[in-house]
Design a protein around this ligand. Structure first.
Ligand code: SF4
Length: 299
């Protein structure tokens, strides 16, 4: 069987959208607690999930000593937790610094003004003093079979029309390359998890993406009970697939042009196989020695 390190038969011109089963080494099982981000990864490619969350390879998105995005999120959380009349541009510097100080009590913050400038985009996309804040950084979770699916909503608020809004900040709003990369799909999952708390299943919500730099907001149509029920079934179907894959050592690699930007591209035997001329195998093996090094700590 071909292995990830064997590149002698590479043919970069052959790029097919295809599913290739990969026999993986036994490195453990999926955890019972799964984040919305991890589910999204599984949804896009089972094998990418296995690399990241079972084999614990590759860096998580938020890796690093600190992240500007995390500081900006924390700054906005602090802003919306203030009484409406105190939610001002002038307060942002102090809030950004307070957020930085949580993990860096004495260190100078080189990017303080940059953090403020990014966070200030919120004033262009939301009337921050008019919104009625219901919650910030709201934890949501629901159980599906053996999995507990968990997420965190940046901001819940009611607008001046009384509309319930589930909002997510994006330092930069990117155009999704495929429907599965659409952040609205993640937001719909948040809303579905949150809906267990709604006073009635008929509560309507809208999903809102708040891009900060450049400032741009995008709103969905109203989400109703039937939309959530449909999405809940879809989530359950994917988590059933995860449970099924987890009981075997066969995980499916979904090869597409977007594999170029996958963190595991250089170690992925499915991509290597898909690049071979027609007639290539539908199942390949991945050896433990061909994996990237494990993450230093589980994050
Ligand atoms: S490179 Fe493609 S097929 Fe391989 S793990 Fe990543 S997304 Fe899946």
């Amino acid at each position: 069987m071909p292995h990830a390190h064997d590149r002698t038969e590479d043919n970069d011109d052959v790029r097919r959208q295809t599913e290739i089963e990969v026999e993986v080494p036994d490195l453990g099982r999926a955890r019972a607690s799964i984040s919305v981000t991890a589910l999204k990864r599984f949804w896009r490619c089972e094998l990418a999930y296995w690399f990241a969350y079972v084999a614990q390879r590759g860096q998580p998105v938020s890796a690093g000593e600190w992240s500007l995005g995390a500081i900006v999120h924390g700054t906005l959380q602090r802003l919306f937790n203030l009484p409406p009349e105190r939610r001002s541009f002038e307060s942002l510097l102090e809030l950004a610094l307070a957020e930085w100080r949580v993990d860096h009590p004495t260190e100078y913050f080189d990017h303080l003004y940059l953090a403020r400038s990014k966070a200030a985009g919120i004033f262009r996309v939301v009337d921050v003093q008019q919104v009625q804040v219901v919650g910030t950084e709201v934890a949501v979770a629901q159980t599906f079979g053996r999995f507990e699916l968990k997420g965190r909503i940046d901001l819940l608020y009611r607008d001046h029309n009384g509309t319930n809004v589930v909002a997510d900040y994006k330092t930069r709003l990117r155009w999704p390359k495929s429907p599965l990369q659409d952040p609205m799909l993640t937001m719909l999952t948040y809303d579905t998890l949150l809906s267990a708390r709604y006073s009635s299943p008929d509560v309507a919500t809208v999903l809102e993406l708040l891009g900060l730099d450049p400032p741009v907001a995008e709103r969905s149509n109203s989400i109703m009970a039937e939309d959530r029920a449909r999405h809940r079934s879809e989530i359950a179907r994917h988590l059933d697939r995860l449970a099924a894959a987890d009981g075997t050592d066969i995980w499916s690699g979904r090869v597409r042009p977007s594999c170029d930007s996958c963190a595991f591209h250089d170690h992925c035997p499915a991509v290597l196989e898909a690049r071979r001329p027609k007639g290539s195998a539908s199942r390949v093996a991945l050896r433990a020695e061909d994996l990237p090094p494990p993450r230093r700590s589980d994050q």
